[in-house]
Design a protein around this ligand. Structure first.
Ligand code: SAM
Length: 285
């Protein structure tokens, strides 16, 4: 059983102040997906979920800053192609693709896919534990709509069969695996193990895609807690675009593309670690 509570000794924003206000713009997706027009009602719901997350779960920066309200997969350059492949399969007799959101947290990317017409039955979601996912069902109030989404919870940053490793036979085969904002919560060893597990889970010609925080110069970052309950605190590792591409190719991905999308936080000019946003993709041969 994973201990999911925030621990101040680890990399966590659990001590950070409550956000004063939720900008209306941050509610755009929640409003569009749920159809709820009353922004105050949505804000109350978000605050409730946020408070509960803070009490019970690890507080990642994207939790603290409410970034989880906005889908990330939709910003990936492959997203239109992925949607198209689902649409084409629906029109033809081809077997439909299947996509996994790995490190799904509340499941915002899962909802974006559903909102854009991907059948829930073709989607899977996975995370280290089900804490955020369960809160996501309250946030989006959509238990019926996501009923057909297959879920599996466990560690994806260790080899299959290791203690705590995610059991994935129920969610295969997988044409696409997406990991938004996940790689940077790992140590170098966890990141490599995660990429290996992803490659093993993909079907042939399947595609891995995602985004993460990286650094202009790869290296260890600050003490983190990517693997709650299993490994305790870990030293997080930020890849550069170059080192991530080299690692993905070494592990066996082909057609690997890794691009920097500029500074992670343009206002953090005094941070000695020059953090960047990275977009990546790679194929199983
Ligand atoms: C920074 S959050 C990003 C969540 C979400 N994908 C998003 O874009 O908002 C990182 C996620 O990775 C998950 N995670 C951390 N370690 C993991 C592991 N070893 N195996 C699977 N998921 C893990 C966390 O529980 C968390 O939900």
């Amino acid at each position: 059983m994973h201990d999911t509570r925030p621990n101040q000794e680890h990399y966590s924003f659990a001590n950070a102040p409550v956000p004063d206000e939720i900008p209306d713009a941050s509610l755009a997706f929640l409003k569009a997906y749920t159809g709820e027009q009353n922004l105050n009602a949505l804000k109350e719901r978000v605050f409730d979920i946020w408070r509960e997350s803070r009490e019970r779960l690890h507080v990642y920066k994207c939790v603290q800053t409410l970034m989880f309200l906005e889908p990330r997969i939709t910003k990936h350059s492959l997203y239109p192609t992925i949607l198209q492949s689902f649409q084409q399969a629906q029109k033809s007799n081809l077997p439909p693709p299947r996509i996994l959101d790995a490190g799904c947290a509340y499941g915002t990317d899962v909802r974006a896919l559903i909102h854009h017409g991907v059948p829930a039955s073709q989607i899977a979601a996975s995370d280290l534990h089900d804490g955020y996912w369960k809160l996501g069902q309250r946030l989006y109030n959509d238990s019926e709509r996501i009923h057909a989404v297959k879920t599996t919870f466990g560690d994806m940053a260790v080899p299959a069969g290791a203690v705590g490793a995610v059991e994935a036979s129920s969610i295969e085969p997988l044409t696409y695996i997406a990991a938004s904002a996940v790689l940077h919560v790992f140590s170098a060893a966890q990141c490599e193990a995660f990429l290996r597990r992803i490659l093993s889970l993909l079907e042939f010609k399947g595609i891995f895609l995602g985004t993460c925080v990286g650094a202009l110069q790869e290296g260890e970052w600050r003490r983190g807690r990517a693997n709650e309950g299993n490994a305790g605190s870990v030293v997080r590792y930020l890849h550069s675009a170059k080192s991530l591409k080299a690692l993905m190719e070494q592990i066996g991905f082909v057609d690997v593309k890794v691009e920097s999308h500029g500074p992670e936080d343009p206002t953090a000019s005094d941070d000695p670690v020059k953090k960047i946003w990275i977009e990546f993709q790679g194929k199983k041969p």
